[in-house]
Write a protein that binds this ligand. Structure first.
Ligand code: BEZ
Length: 211
């Protein structure tokens, strides 16, 4: 069954390039990004894994662990890592799950038979510190993902978990944010001492509260 926002992240045991792990135990109190790629030794996937490795310090800053997955075996992942570093200059610095029997791919609905019977699609699941699913994304094999966008969403998710705000289109860390509808103007004046601008009664902007 499809995994939806707010669901508990299903737990699993996995064989990975960094040894066997239990997902929720490995994740602990951190946030996590679980993402699948269709196949080892393929071009788009090679660029994606290098991109994630280069961004690892940015995920770390956000207390977020990253973990990849495909249905290829662990020895394949390990030998592919050499190519990824060779091509992108970034050594793979996060675990990659080997899921040859597709147990985890099925658990997270990562195989979409009308796209491919044998390969996982490009799924992304962001899991919060509370082990709930905060974001799902599905891209086709032919389109590499933008991992800066995943970081941007994590910034929004972590901010909106803490403050009664939402983030507008194309928002990035440091931009003004939207005060949620449940907050009255009176309460807004207390909660957001930097003030707010009401573009419309339902669209009130305030400087990012934690900056
Ligand atoms: C790729 O990563 O380039 C790729 C993987 C599977 C199907 C098509 C492209």
């Amino acid at each position: 069954m499809a995994i939806r926002l707010g669901d508990d992240a299903p737990d699993f045991t996995a064989e990975t390039t960094q040894g066997e792990l239990r997902f929720l135990e490995w994740k602990g109190d951190s946030w996590a990004v679980l993402f699948s790629h269709p196949k080892d030794f393929t071009p788009v996937c090679t660029t994606e894994l290098g991109a994630v490795a280069a961004l690892k310090p940015e995920f770390d800053k956000r207390n977020t662990k990253v973990i990849g997955l495909s249905v290829d075996p662990v020895d394949s992942h390990r030998s592919w890592e050499t190519d990824i570093e060779d091509v992108t200059g970034s050594p793979v610095n996060f675990p990659m799950i080997a899921d040859p029997d597709r147990t985890i791919a099925d658990l997270y609905d990562m195989i979409h038979p009308n796209a491919s019977d044998t390969m996982t699609v490009r799924s992304v699941f962001v899991v919060g510190a509370d082990n709930k699913i905060k974001l799902t994304l599905t891209y086709p094999a032919s389109t590499g993902r933008n991992f800066d966008e995943i970081l941007r969403v994590i910034d929004s998710l972590q901010l909106t978990a803490e403050y009664k705000v939402a983030t507008p289109a194309d928002w990035k860390d440091g931009d003004d944010v939207i005060i949620t509808a449940a907050v009255s103007d009176e309460e807004a004046a207390e909660r957001f001492p930097k003030g707010f601008e009401a573009k419309k009664p339902y669209l009130r902007l305030t400087p990012q509260p934690n900056k």
